[in-house]
Design a protein around this ligand. Structure first.
Ligand code: WT7
Length: 644
């Protein structure tokens, strides 16, 4: 990418916070000032929201960048902060988790229940030989035991590595081997799309090639038949018979809490390492500030899987540290019907919903009439994470889910950042549809050009260390430096890998991964802006845009578009629409109507695969693809389409 990114999309709509929310907000405008005056004092104050067995001696040690140490000398226990603390404060009877299985079975766990189960699991892990510092892989469906497993590891100082339950043998095996995990916690299976989906066979195949694994702890969820080896132990035996007594030991603030693998597009996954005190400080504070959680009255629901960092920070550690009552759902949004999410919101009177743009665009595609059949009046705040949210998807979310009354927090962060970095504060910020607005108090972000100089359109960087920052890539300090800190070494900035622009009011707009930026006739054009222009057409539900090599323009814009249910439109009209919205340079060379788009399991569009199709190359690695058939269907569609 050269000097700057073109600034194409103009957005003038703005939505101030609801007066009542602003009045009673957990965090108000003064927080920005306070953090600006003394950033470290600000984070110390947030750290004091937690219970420390021993206070820290030094807030931040940045003497050996990029290796940060936060709250040096402090000691705490994460599980104690998420559980014991609330029970000791008399909140043991508060519901922690309203769990809903996909088939409709339910479980309710109070903080007391969750604490007892976690203590038993901690004792069981200890008796299986797990000690502080050991790694434990967790490969689970979305059942309460997944959260218990994480909390039990944290309680005894074992470093967990959660592997998304949809991943294959190779993915699981590679992650177990990279971390030399000692134990795997899994289940026989989970329910997905109306049927039991087995997990244990994948674990068996993986463990056969993982000599470091000593024990496999298996939850019985579906009751399906499982093969059994001498390493296997049933959860209901080991945890069921364990003692309910367990005192949480104190761990150093920099004790490793978890490793979570994040894949580049093709390269070997990076084991992102997070530690204890700084991570919990920021996960807890941001959950309190950005979702304005009132633990006595809110019902919070984050629809992510615990296999992603969103599940770590905003299902387990953030919400539980704040004493939240939350909904946890096992299944998919279309089982047994496409109104499942709205049915659950109505049933549990959910007040705060946190989901992803990919889901929002899918709901828009399914039709406005589906959410309209449910009572969503309990909602008071909506959140979005994972990708840039197109302004029209934002407006759809606001109107059809939020009843035009709920603020939307578009939260930018990464597995690497551990917690939310750029987001509105719902009681303070005048939100613009599609913008993550600005860095949270205590966070410093700047958009720079190739030379690392401030600019209005370029690379997003983080200019100061933050408490929940990744500490390294597990076992590979060089790769950690190379990937995140080499690009702007001179400035000492963290390179996020995302393009961004700043508008005349200072609001930040995320423009997608810099690898995806298109260079068309010498203009740097972000895929996000062209996609947003397409989604702004009333017939379009979702769009993916890539730059394909072109003899005349260098790269040419190729768009893959999914229409809303019942809509029809010509490709020529969509090309003209983009040309009119963003300017003639952005008019796609071709627009292909498709039924599905290739996405990763976490819902991100795999533009690399679409680029190959547009350039008629081989597909390349499709192992992280959610639905392998999608590519074949798109390819077949391309052969019959006309290019003008
Ligand atoms: C990448 C990180 C953060 C938890 C889930 C994803 C993109 C994330 C936004 C947003 C625009 C976003 C970025 C980022 N991203 N949130 N609100 N607006 N882009 O975690 O898998 O580590 O992905 O997701 O490209 O770098 P992840």
């Amino acid at each position: 990418m050269s000097e700057t990114l073109e600034n194409l999309l103009q957005e003038t709509r703005q939505f101030p916070p609801p007066a009542e929310l602003a009045e009673n907000a957990n965090v108000k405008a003064d927080a920005y000032k306070e953090a600006e005056v003394d950033r470290l004092a600000f984070w110390e104050k947030q750290a004091r929201r937690l219970h420390w067995f021993k206070e820290w001696d030094q807030t931040l040690d940045w003497s050996n960048p990029p290796f940060a140490k936060w709250f040096v000398g402090g000691q705490l226990n994460i599980s104690y902060n998420c559980l014991d603390r609330h029970v000791l404060a008399g909140q043991g009877d508060r519901v922690a988790i309203h769990w809903e299985g996909e088939p409709g079975d339910t479980r309710t766990l109070t903080y007391n229940d969750l604490l007892i189960e976690t203590k038993k699991a901690a004792n069981a892990l200890t008796s299986l030989g797990v000690q502080a510092g050991d790694r434990v892989a967790i490969y689970m469906p979305m059942i309460p035991e997944a959260a218990v497993a994480m909390l039990a590891c944290a309680r005894i100082g074992a470093t967990h590595s959660v592997v998304f339950g949809g991943f294959s043998v190779d993915a699981l095996k590679g992650r177990i081997q990279d971390a030399s995990a000692k134990v795997v916690i899994t289940a026989d299976g989970g329910y997905r799309r109306g049927a039991p989906s087995a997990l244990k066979p994948t674990v068996d195949e993986s463990v056969a090639e993982c000599p470091t694994i000593e024990k496999v702890l298996v939850v019985r969820r579906t009751g399906q038949d499982v093969a059994w080896t001498d390493k296997d132990v049933w959860w209901h035996d080991a945890v069921g018979n364990a003692s309910e007594e367990h005192e949480a030991p104190a761990f150093d603030a920099e004790h490793p809490l978890f490793i979570l693998y994040t894949s580049g597009t093709t390269a070997k996954p990076k084991g992102i390492l997070h530690t204890t005190g700084g991570y919990l400080t920021q996960a807890s504070f941001t959950h309190h500030a950005v979702f304005d959680l009132k633990p006595e009255s809110d019902i919070y629901w984050c629809t992510a899987d615990i296999g992603w960092v969103t599940g770590h920070s905003y299902i387990v550690y953030g919400p539980l540290s704040n004493g939240a009552t939350q909904v946890m759902y096992e299944g998919t949004p279309d089982t047994p019907h496409k109104g499942r999410f709205w049915e659950l919101i109505e049933k549990y009177r959910v007040t705060i919903l946190y989901t992803a743009p990919t889901a929002i665009r899918t709901f828009a595609k399914w039709g406005d009439d589906i959410p309209a059949q449910f009572d969503l009046s309990s909602l008071r705040l909506l959140g979005s994470v994972g990708e840039p949210i197109n302004p029209e998807a934002w407006m759809w979310y606001r109107e059809h889910i939020g009843g035009n009354r709920c603020p939307i927090v578009d939260t930018w962060w990464q597995t690497e950042t551990g917690a939310i970095m750029i987001s509105p504060l719902p009681g303070v910020t005048n939100c613009k549809p599609g913008s993550a607005m600005g860095p949270l108090p205590g966070i410093s972000a700047t958009i720079v050009n190739d030379e690392g100089q401030p600019t209005d359109g370029g690379y997003l960087t983080l200019t100061e260390p933050w408490p929940s920052m990744l500490r390294t890539i597990w076992g590979d300090n060089d790769r950690f430096i190379e990937t995140y800190w080499a690009r702007f070494r001179e400035q000492g900035y963290y390179f996020a890998g995302d393009g961004a622009k700043r508008d005349s009011d200072g609001a930040i707009w995320l423009l997608g991964r810099v690898d995806d930026v298109m260079l068309v006739s010498g203009h740097n054009i972000s895929t996000t802006e062209v996609e947003s222009a397409l989604v702004a057409h009333p017939a379009v539900a979702e769009a993916a845009v890539v730059g394909a090599t072109d003899a005349t323009t260098g790269q040419a814009i190729c768009a893959f578009v999914i229409l809303r249910g019942g809509a029809s439109v010509s490709e020529a009209e969509l090309r003209d629409h983009v040309g009119k919205t963003l300017g003639p340079i952005c008019k796609p060379r071709q627009v292909q109507l498709v039924a599905e788009l290739p996405k990763t399991r976490s819902g991100k569009i795999m533009r690399r695969l679409l680029r190959n199709i547009a350039e008629k190359k081989e597909l390349g690695d499709t192992t992280t693809l959610q639905d392998a058939n999608v590519m074949q269907l798109i390819k077949e569609g391309m052969q019959t389409s006309t290019e003008d």
